[in-house]
Design a binder for this molecule. Structure first.
Ligand code: IPE
Ligand code: IPE
Ligand code: MG
Length: 260
């Protein structure tokens, strides 16, 4: 086999190991899956005398930077909470801005996702989302389906209680049809019917803007995630803050119920 020339880039796994080590973290101590509650767009904007919509627009720039860095580091998955089932109770103006931003973001970022070998998927109920948002979500999902790098999961019209309700309904239908014995249902069966089926559970959950609550996010999946709250509002969160959270995570001792 010919030896690689100076112009041949090293394989992705080698590149990401170098990128991680340059942060002072052993690759084995990196999370496989990070979940983020992107909070504080509104507060960020209000503090600057801007509109909440300006805050969401600025927040989209942070998404771009964080996704690119997670792909570069070779993480398996990044799940971003972008719109909860409770966020429909905001003003129609704000909801419309957000829906418009999802359309814009998905269209603008598709080439970058393809360049970075990112596989896209959505979690949340489809019912209720505008057709144009659904069309862009489907387009990004299909166009990136064969990518093998970071899985980027956008939680949109997502609520963990709705997700668990949908899973219970699906299992109940199987019991009714006689294809499932209620006594045989396991935790794995429940996980397999959640929107996140097939993804590893998040190892690290980051919430910005200093809040310390879950707000109906991934209630089943974060059972053993390490929690990290960051004071910065989402538009002020960046690659440096992400690296700080990764270093914090790498220093944690995860016990999973064991004695040490
Ligand atoms: C997060 O920022 C974005 C969404 C929930 C859509 P917020 O809009 O919740 O910002 P704050 O919490 O009001 O500052
Ligand atoms: C959680 O943030 C939802 C998203 C980040 C999309 P919220 O701002 O809606 O949560 P609460 O209302 O502060 O709990
Ligand atoms: Mg908020």
């Amino acid at each position: 086999m010919p030896s690689p020339t100076a112009a041949t880039p090293p394989p992705a796994a080698v590149r990401s190991a170098e990128a991680i080590e340059s942060l002072g973290i052993e690759p084995a101590r990196l999370p496989r899956h990070i979940a983020i509650i992107m909070d504080g767009n509104g507060r960020w904007a209000t503090a600057k005398g801007l509109t909440r919509s300006d805050g969401h627009r600025e927040g989209a720039k942070t998404v771009r930077a964080v996704v690119t860095e997670c792909a570069r580091l070779g993480l398996d998955a990044l799940t971003l909470y972008s719109f909860s089932t409770e966020n429909w109770s905001r003003s129609p103006d704000e909801v419309n801005t957000l829906m418009g931003l999802y359309v814009e973001y998905l269209a603008a970022e598709l080439p970058t996702m393809l360049d970075n070998n990112v596989r896209f998927r959505q979690i949340g109920r489809r019912e209720g989302l505008p057709d144009e948002v659904l069309r862009r979500l489907d387009q990004a999902t299909q166009a990136t389906a064969d990518n093998t790098g970071l899985t980027l999961v956008l939680a949109i019209n997502y609520g963990a209680r709705t997700e668990i309700t949908d899973a219970v309904r699906a299992l109940a239908r199987q019991v009714r049809d006689g294809s499932l014995d209620p006594e045989a249902i396991t935790a794995d069966d429940i996980a397999a019917h959640l929107y996140t089926a097939g993804l590893p559970d998040p190892d690290l959950l980051i919430r910005t803007a200093g809040e310390r609550r879950l707000s109906n996010y991934l209630l089943w999946q974060v059972s053993y995630a390490e929690l990290c709250t960051v004071d910065a509002c989402w538009p002020d969160f960046g690659v440096d803050e992400l690296h700080a959270a990764l270093r914090d995570f790498a220093a944690r001792h995860r016990k999973f119920g064991k004695e040490q």
